[in-house]
Design a protein around this ligand. Structure first.
Ligand SMILES: *Cc1c(COP(=O)(O)O)cnc(C)c1O
Length: 371
């Protein structure tokens, strides 16, 4: 590809010497799990997210799972999830024994539609997981208001939204707890897997700290049936380096997004991302919709432009969920979105010159569609 969808190597090489120093520091410290780097990262990430606590864990899926588990959610319970999300959101509910109950998205933002949540609440509902999809916050005030009325927990799946603002506030402290992923391709990504929970709920933070480490707060004393889900020292040290650059990296994504939004407007067949006035997205992905999505993707690939689809198959149509949701077209909005979305090249090392090549190629291929 002349213009890759995401150039992870270039992103990490920009901070190569700082990352190498961090690696060396951990290597020579002799301490590789639950040490100073994790503690420092947790403090720095709490400050960044304007949350009281951060608990580093092994990955984003575990972060969601451990929140649900720590709230005592399990068999017989229901958890409201977006029908339009990455499957991890659903799996976290399933893995603790609860049933994920999908709610359709708003057709403009693609995030869970607060107006459709109430109809999905039953006496078994315990929590709502709101996903800040593609880097743009869900409508948290509306979601919190419903949750408050029904006594439900609100969990943010912020895996795609590190640094994103909702009404001027950072995601990560807008509900009862939030889950982050540091998978390499995320806005804040490690050189491997990682994740974190952020929360202002001190007792939840205490329980998750115990759960992530074999149910133990005192070595070799196990109070609950815990897990092994720790962020390791090396990832924490590398993430501390990358956290310092996060705002600058997000600002570069915003510049590219503004350019795309301006240059691609008024092109027949293309639906651009919609940003409500209360959102400042961090553009984890720049997602357009096109009725001939696969043809457009092929035309772009033919001229060396990498794109991706997030996501091609919604969770309810995955084999993994065939027993739960097998009715065809049961979540038509999510299905329509999955059939039409295309993610354009986006990232902190993408240049405006490259973005204008993408624009040029899209304009050229769109002309073909209507000739
Ligand atoms: C990446 C992602 C996750 C899972 O994170 P992992 O670290 O890969 O486990 C969860 N939810 C969403 C929306 C994601 O994009």
């Amino acid at each position: 590809m002349t213009i890759p969808f995401l150039d992870l190597k270039a992103i990490n090489l920009e901070q190569a010497s700082e990352l190498e120093n961090a690696f060396r520091k951990v290597l020579t410290s002799g301490r590789y799990v639950l040490g100073e780097e994790v503690e420092l990262f947790e403090a720095e990430f709490s400050q960044y997210c304007q949350a009281q606590h951060t608990i580093g864990v092994a990955n984003g899926l575990d972060a969601i799972f451990l929140i649900l588990k720590a709230y005592g959610i399990g068999f017989g319970d229901e958890v409201i999830v977006p029908s339009n999300t990455y499957i991890a959101t659903w799996l976290a509910a399933s893995h603790c024994g609860a049933v994920p109950i999908p709610v359709e998205p708003d057709e403009q933002t693609y995030n869970i539609d607060p107006l459709k949540i109430e109809a999905a609440i039953t006496s078994r509902t315990k929590a709502i997981i709101a996903v800040h999809l593609y880097g743009q916050a869900a409508d948290m005030d509306a979601i919190n208001e419903i949750a408050h009325r029904y006594g439900l927990k609100v969990i943010e799946d912020a895996a795609q939204a590190h640094g994103s603002l909702y009404k001027g506030r950072r995601v990560g402290s807008l509900g009862d707890a939030a889950a982050f992923s540091f998978y390499p391709g995320k806005n804040l990504g490690g050189i491997g897997d990682g994740g974190a929970v952020t929360t202002n709920d001190s007792s939840l933070a205490d329980i998750i700290r115990v759960y992530r480490n074999y149910g133990s707060s005192v070595k070799y004393q196990n109070d609950v049936l815990g897990y092994n889900s720790r962020l390791d020292e090396l990832q924490a040290a590398l993430l501390r380096v990358k956290l310092r650059m996060l705002d600058a990296a997000n600002a570069k994504r915003v510049k590219i997004a503004e350019f795309y939004l301006d240059q691609l407007k008024d092109i027949a067949g293309i639906v651009l991302p919609f940003v409500p006035n209360w959102a400042n997205p961090v553009w984890h992905l720049f997602v357009i919709r096109h009725c001939a999505r696969d043809i457009l993707a092929k035309k772009l690939a033919d001229v060396g432009i990498g794109t991706m689809v997030h996501y091609p198959i919604p969770p309810h149509k995955q084999l993994a969920y065939k027993d739960l949701y097998s009715v065809p077209n049961s979540f038509p909005i999510a299905e329509a979105i999955h059939n039409e979305v295309l993610s354009l090249p986006m990232g902190p090392t993408l240049t405006l010159a490259q973005a204008s090549e993408v624009v040029f190629a899209i304009k050229a291929s769109s002309a073909d569609f209507f000739e």
